[in-house]
Design a protein around this ligand. Structure first.
Ligand SMILES: NC(=O)c1ccc[n+]([C@@H]2O[C@H](COP(=O)([O-])OP(=O)(O)OC[C@H]3O[C@@H](n4cnc5c(N)ncnc54)[C@H](O)[C@@H]3O)[C@@H](O)[C@H]2O)c1
Length: 295
């Protein structure tokens, strides 16, 4: 299959990252969102990242301009007629995704593969929203997309081997490495990471070490680039809690039971960097230990 035009649905954090790597790999990208302002916001963030790459002399100014010229703005699904492959990265909500895929299914050519970047909704259930479940697949990128090298390729129950192969090849062309994963709750990476994080929370609650020392130990002893609490602050405590909820619901295994301290923190409204406070306090512009809570 000759893929030239990739449509990306959703121009947020993940969609803009996917659009960037696709355009940098030479594909024409049709970038969609519900409003033109949101597409422009996504394009602005891509432009800033590319300008940073020019400054660091990773790419030339001409590369940057050529990449941006390959991205077109598409506030309507009509543009899906031109797409050879579609990657959906809209809100993590079944009904939102259902309505998107029903519309795309009606507009797209019959041979077009529909991929979803969902982190938690079963691929097999999303595939029921289209008349081409054999051409429906999970393509799970990691944040930040331009930096993270992995893509999980997740076939649903009815996904064809051709679809798997074409999607794997596309991911490789986007300069990513792939792993093939079954359509199970949390897929692979989030499932492994949740089991690890559950132990982190147990250590915190048992007072085995302070929160700061747990982060330090994981960075220096396991060579993780960030400690689990720092990472949780960057991703958002609410997002981290949702991963536990999905896994607990999916496996009914108590190792995935959402940690009470995480529930409490989310209830308090301190969701990490985005709210100024999470496991650390960022209100001064720097990461500082919190003095105002008892963990
Ligand atoms: N953030 C992460 O670390 C991460 C990692 C892997 C996968 N994901 C998944 O990727 C998807 C997007 O996550 P995100 O973090 O980029 O979210 P985000 O909120 O940054 O972006 C989502 C975008 O989708 C747009 N959108 C909503 N409804 C739409 C519709 N009907 N049509 C077109 N666009 C629509 C929103 O306006 C928004 O711009 C989710 O399914 C999420 O679970 C996120």
């Amino acid at each position: 299959m000759n893929i030239k035009n990739i449509m990306v649905i959703g121009s947020g954090l993940m969609g803009s990252g996917i659009a960037q790597v696709a355009a940098q790999a030479g594909y024409n990208v049709i970038l969609n969102d519900v409003k033109m302002e949101l597409i422009e916001k996504g394009l602005n963030s891509i432009t800033k990242i590319l300008e940073g790459q020019v400054k660091k002399e990773k790419i030339t100014a001409a590369d940057k301009d050529a990449t941006l010229s390959r991205i077109s703005k598409a506030p309507s699904f009509d543009e899906a007629k031109k797409a050879d492959f579609i990657i959906e990265a809209a809100f993590e909500n079944f009904d939102v995704k259902k309505s998107i895929f029903e519309k795309l299914d009606a507009v797209c050519r019959e041979d077009v593969i529909l991929a979803t970047n969902t982190s938690s909704i079963p691929i097999t259930s999303l595939a029921t929203t289209v008349k081409r479940p054999d051409k429906f697949i999970g393509m799970h990128f990691f944040s930040p997309v331009p930096l993270m090298r992995l893509v999980e390729i997740i076939p649903g129950l009815k996904t064809s081997e051709d679809t798997v192969k074409i999607t794997q090849e596309l991911a490789v062309n986007l300069k990513k490495e792939t792993v093939r994963v079954k359509d199970v709750p949390g897929f692979l990476v989030n499932r492994i990471n949740a089991a690890f994080r559950a132990e982190v929370f147990t250590c915190l609650l048992e007072g085995v070490a302070s929160l700061e020392d747990i982060d330090k130990a994981v960075k220096l002893g396991l060579n993780h680039p960030m400690g689990p609490f720092e990472l949780n602050d960057a991703v958002g405590l609410d997002i981290g809690l949702n991963v536990f909820r999905t896994l607990y619901e999916g496996y009914k295994d108590k190792k995935f039971r959402p940690p009470l301290i995480l529930e409490k923190m989310v209830q308090s409204g301190d969701l990490g960097k985005k709210t100024g406070k999470g496991w650390y306090d960022y209100t001064s512009g720097e990461k500082k230990p919190r003095k105002d809570v008892n963990f």
